[in-house]
Design a protein around this ligand. Structure first.
Ligand code: ADP
Ligand code: MG
Length: 567
């Protein structure tokens, strides 16, 4: 058989140069890329077999094998999938057709002098060529399913590659990396170490639906000799893409196990949310509401977001773009079918599909919480205790979903000391003639209840919401009203409680005014600049006097909050 030498296409050569000279530290992703290609090849074989396109293909025991030769310092990634014909190898491996890769190179060219190249490589993850980050020579032997002849491709990445037809080749593709000697001493980059390989596969490819097996090393290297040859290949991935499996095939325990793994929690989640989107942009989501708020939920560096997978391949942790900040406590996985594996955070931020996913997930989480309220009041109560304060941030920041958030919210009220109420519940209990929803903010329920502002409301039996979270001051202003009823602070401005003022005749009011004119004048004089005005009020029943803000002004609690924030 003859061996022919070919030159790489210009772009491919540029890309290779980058890989070879990369000092990018996260080289581990090369294995993700090769395993992902192998998984794709198995997917393609399955599809082709289903369609009857490859009658002679071997579809038994589809698998991905990893094999290490410590002495030769090689790592082989092998699959028994669809494989490639001779022509396909030249077309697919010698050139760059992938639009994501072309874009990657364009950006690199713009970045000039290679500055920032490391970061770009990390973001893009560039398929087959990424093998050259860790290898100084790559060999690929492949045979297309159903064909008799195979193809061998080799390259040192230096501008040329060789092609050769080979008679004997197993179906599928084997990629052998001749690992760089320079990495031999660096434990972080020791890709002949079983431990290292296991770690990478677990991290990036656990949910690949085909088994990824590590073949035993011949000669019982390192652990006592005998019996090494008879050891079996070890499957490294769990293969449980739970989000892609029908609901009735997966037990709650399995979901909970996944949650514990990705949520770094030892407790079961409070709620599991599944979502399957079909149509032009397909994705699956599996989200979890934890049963406990993490201690750092309100600190700046809180790692939020869910994991992003593309076609079962792990892409990133903490993908913030998939949920709004006020749902930052939600954990889980989103697996998109039609995103590029090379997707970067920058791309995600602008991607309209991602925005669509965010919108849909947000609505789903909110409706789930609302549903819990009636279907599982205990769990709803837990949710509210743990995450209510965070959720209320959404009332300020997400006007599009304001109604849905309000429907999921609860507020302590004077109606029932033990049970917070929905706004709906409050409205249903409103008195005849009551037009507004009354609330008072303060540091604690007790502090609010002892406030003189509450006296008249208590006397008349008018319900007041008792708001004690810092964010309460802000959302009540942002929201303003509910079902046409104004949210009104009992501590602000003049309040005409159930028309109390109107009950008095004008003559009565005038008489009262005259009677107290002396006292009011005296008080105004003595309090001086500390107050704007001293006036008669119907809001008190027991206390002789109280301090009130103007309707548009900050309440004392809000003043405190802004002061605490240093403003
Ligand atoms: P991508 O996977 O994004 O297309 P790659 O550089 O990873 O880009 O691979 C280029 C192409 O080479 C693939 O699209 C596929 O057609 C082919 N290929 C790579 N690895 C394999 C494999 N193990 N089996 C069959 N085809 C493969
Ligand atoms: Mg690939």
């Amino acid at each position: 058989m003859t061996t022919e030498t070919f030159e790489f296409q210009v772009e491919a050569r540029q890309l290779l140069q980058l890989m070879i000279h990369s000092v990018y530290s996260n080289k581990d992703v090369f294995l993700r890329e090769l395993v992902s290609n192998a998984s794709d090849a198995l997917d393609k074989l399955r599809l082709a077999a289903l369609r009857g396109d490859v009658p002679d293909a071997d579809v038994s025991d589809p698998r991905i094998e990893l094999e290490v030769d410590k002495d030769a310092r090689t790592l082989t990634v092998r699959d028994n999938g669809i494989g490639m014909s001779y022509d396909e190898v030249t077309r697919l491996i010698g050139t760059i057709a992938n639009s994501g890769t072309a874009k990657f190179l364009e950006e690199l060219r713009e970045a000039k002098d290679g500055a920032g190249a490391d970061g770009l490589i990390g973001q893009f993850g560039v398929g087959f060529y990424s093998g050259f980050m860790v290898a100084d020579e790559v060999t690929l032997v492949t045979r297309h399913a159903g064909e008799t002849e195979g193809t061998r491709w080799t390259s040192k990445g230096e501008g040329t590659y060789t092609l050769e037809r080979v008679g004997e080749a197993p179906q599928g593709t084997a990629v052998t990396l001749h690992l760089k000697p320079a990495d031999a001493e660096n434990q972080l980059h020791d890709y002949t170490s079983a431990w290292k390989i296991k770690e990478i596969v677990k991290r990036y490819s656990d949910f690949i639906t085909w088994p990824v097996r590590l073949l035993p090393e011949p000669g019982g290297d390192g652990d006592g000799g005998d019996g090494a040859e008879t050891r079996e290949a070890e499957t490294l991935n769990s293969m449980k893409a739970l989000w892609a499996r029908p609901r009735d095939e997966v037990s709650d325990d399995e979901y909970h196990e996944l949650y514990k793994h990705i949520g770094h929690d030892w407790r079961d989640p409070l709620e599991t949310i599944r979502l399957q989107a079909e149509g032009t942009f397909e994705y699956q989501a599996l989200l979890f509401v934890p049963s406990h708020a993490p201690h750092d939920l309100f600190t700046q560096g809180y790692q939020r977001g869910v994991q992003l997978y593309v076609k079962r391949v792990f892409i990133m942790d903490d993908c913030e773009e998939l949920l709004p900040p006020y749902l930052r406590f939600v954990k889980g996985v989103v697996d998109a079918q039609d995103l590029s594996l090379n997707v970067s955070r920058e791309i995600l931020q602008q991607d309209r599909h991602i925005r669509m996913i965010q919108r849909r997930l947000t609505k789903k989480v909110l409706s789930t919480v609302k549903g819990l309220r009636t279907s599982a009041p205990d769990r709803y109560a837990t949710f509210w205790r743990e995450f209510g304060a965070v959720l209320k941030e959404g009332l300020v920041t997400d006007s599009e979903n304001r109604d849905a958030i309000l429907a999921a919210c609860s507020f302590p009220s004077t109606h029932d000391a033990g049970e917070p109420t929905s706004l709906q519940g409050y409205v249903e209990r409103m008195k005849d003639g009551q037009d507004d929803i009354y609330y008072m903010t303060g540091e604690s329920r007790q502090a609010i209840e002892n406030s003189p502002h509450m006296e008249a409301f208590r006397a008349k039996g008018v319900e007041v919401l008792l708001l004690t979270d810092a964010v309460d001051e802000v959302w009540v202003d942002a929201v303003g009203e509910y079902e046409g009823k104004t949210l009104r602070s009992v501590a602000k401005g003049e309040i005409d409680l159930l028309g109390a003022e109107e009950e008095k005749s004008d003559a009565e009011k005038e008489k009262q005014g005259e009677e107290y004119a002396g006292l009011l004048g005296w008080m105004t004089e003595h309090l001086g600049d500390d107050v704007k005005e001293v006036r008669l009020s119907s809001r008190l029943t027991v206390s002789p006097a109280c301090v009130v803000s103007d309707a548009g002004e900050l309440t004392p609690a809000l003043e405190n909050m802004y002061r605490a924030m240093g403003q």
